[in-house]
Structures are given as C-alpha cells and as structure tokens.
Design a protein around this ligand. Structure first.
Ligand code: SF4
Length: 320
C-alpha cells in the first residue's frame, strides 16, 4: 500500500516491480467488437461511443508502431529521463477479436519494443477462445502481461439493459480459464448503471458486484462512474429521462464502500473515469479527476478505513 493512500495503487506495484515509474501508451489496433459487428450482437453497449471507449489520442489510422513511438515520445517530452519504461496498452474495442495470426502480429509490436516492459490487453469475456488464451500464455512467458475483462455489473438484468451481450456467468468462466494459465486479470466495474428505464442500480446491487469481483481471484480492478457520452445510445436515453444521474458525493461513498470490500492485495488500477472530455455529457463533476480522487481520499481518511477493512472472503455471494 502507498504510504500516503489507504489502498494499493497498481502504479506503485509496477514501480516496485520494474524499479521505475511505468507509463502506459494506449493503442488502437483497428479491431472491431463482437457486440458491434454482429458476431454477438449489434449496436454495442449503450454507454459506448464510436471510439470503442478508447482514451487514445493518436489517430487510429496511424500504424501501431507509430502510435507506440509517438506515445512514448509524448511521455518523454513531459517527464524527460524519468520516462524509460512503458506498457503497451491495447485498449480500443476488443483486442482479441481477430484471427490468431493477426493477433500475434499486433502483440509483437509491443513485445519487440526494447522500452516496453509489459502488455495490457483489453477485451470481452466472450472473445477469448482457448487458442487465444494459449497465445496470451506464450506472451506472458515473454513479457509482463495482464488482460482486462469488463464485467460492469454482476446483475444480468443490468447487463441486458445496457446491451453488454454477455452474462455474468460468461465473465466468471473467462476469468477462471485465464487464471488457470496464470495470466493476471484486471476486472472493470461501473457504478451508477441503470438496471431498467428510469431506474439506477441500488447501492446494495453495486456492492454485490464488488463482492463478486473481490472473490473472483482477479488481481486488479478499475472502477468507473457511469459516463454519458456523445454518440452513445445512452446519450439519447439520458435526454428522454430514462437514465437517472447521481452526485459526486454518492459516487465517492460507493467507491469507499467498494474499497473496504476488496481484498487488501487487489491492485487498484483506477477509481474514476478517464474518457475523452469533449464527448462527456454527464455527470459534469466527473470532468475533474483530481477533485474526485481527493474527495475519495478524504472520505477514506474521515472514515479511518483502508482497503479490505470489510473484505469477507467466504460468503454465499462468492459463488455467483
Ligand atoms: S464491449 Fe467495449 S468496445 Fe464493445 S460495445 Fe461494449 S464498451 Fe464498446
């Protein structure tokens, strides 16, 4: 745990492992998503915009090698000598949704770069057949690797309403098959999701999602607040009043409740969203990440609590 923070930051774990601060370079390898191209469904998750929930700033038309070099150059321009180690983060859309030879070619860009110390691959739980996991196992033997699987909610009713086009059970199955190969996993949750028109998940539902994640064996977690962005289906649903919004105070409370329920060794990758600000419609307060993080840290301090304070490894919900 960081000396200053009552939770275990993933960035601190990376720093300890590699002896220096490690910088992430986000990449768009030009993949599509099974939830958009018809493989599984069409239309995509209702909160997703046309960029595939990417925070990447280099145009995706740039070659992958150029994207990586430009991303590294940006970090070096900002941090000078301190920026020497990088993670190639395959973020946009579904980064295992292609034939194996194409995947191998794409991952090789990160694998062969001398300053890239690891790869992060964002994907969906229904896009990792056994042969793809075998390929990821080979990569994990060559360089540090983690895979990211969005769950968002442990409630199939919510997943259906937001058109995730996968179930909680599919997520758990992918996690187990990935863990069997010894690959690290980061899971994603979104707090404040709607479970039906005009109805937000209750805090108890959100904590059930946290409990599932806490006992799933994933090594890391990203928690976001729901973001309504331009170009998403949810932007329209929000306009017609079908998506309830929530305050920063409520979100901060849910995050602190979540941290208390997560195991102390789970790495915290993110506690607030990092999307493209020009696309954001709501919630307005989420524009300033620092304000949200400061409020979370303040609330943890005022509760006198730490990550894991209410973690219960063995309860009935562990099997969900
Ligand atoms: S799985 Fe990811 S890329 Fe695909 S529609 Fe959902 S958020 Fe967008």
């Amino acid at each position: 745990m960081s000396q200053a923070l009552p939770y275990l930051l993933h960035s601190e774990v990376l720093k300890e492992r590699f002896g220096k601060k490690v910088f992430k370079v986000t990449l768009d390898a030009g993949f599509d998503c099974p939830n958009r191209d018809g493989t599984k469904a069409k239309g995509g998750c209702t909160f997703c915009d046309a960029s595939g929930s990417s925070a990447q700033i280099t145009p995706p038309t740039t070659s992958l090698t150029e994207q990586l070099e430009q991303g590294i150059a940006r970090w070096k321009a900002r941090y000078g000598n301190k920026a020497q180690k990088f993670i190639a983060y395959y973020q946009a859309f579904t980064n295992t949704h292609a034939p194996l030879d194409r995947l191998a070619e794409v991952y090789e860009v990160g694998l062969k770069h001398p300053e890239v110390v690891g790869l992060a691959i964002g994907t969906r739980p229904d896009a990792v057949p056994e042969k793809t996991l075998d390929l990821l196992s080979d990569i994990a033997r060559r360089k540090y690797l983690w895979v990211e699987y969005g769950l968002q909610s442990a409630h199939n009713q919510t997943l259906e309403f937001i058109n995730r086009a996968h179930t909680v059970e599919e997520w758990s199955d992918a996690v187990q098959r990935t863990q069997r190969r010894g690959i690290e996993i980061c899971g994603h949750l979104i707090h404040g999701l709607p479970s039906a028109p005009g109805q937000m998940e209750t805090p108890a539902m959100m904590m059930e999602s946290v409990n599932l994640m806490a006992r799933s064996g994933v090594t890391g977690i990203k928690i976001h607040s729901l973001h309504i962005v331009r170009g998403s289906i949810m932007a329209f649903q929000y306009k017609i009043g079908d998506i309830p919004m929530f305050s920063m105070e409520a979100y901060v409370g849910w995050v602190c409740d979540s941290l208390e329920r997560l195991p102390p060794q789970m790495q915290i990758h993110r506690l607030t969203g990092d999307g493209l600000k020009h696309l954001l419609i709501a919630p307005e307060w989420s524009r300033d990440k620092r304000v949200v993080l400061t409020a979370i840290n303040k609330e943890m301090a005022s509760r006198g609590t730490v990550q894991g304070a209410k973690y219960l490894p063995n309860t009935a919900t562990a099997t969900r």
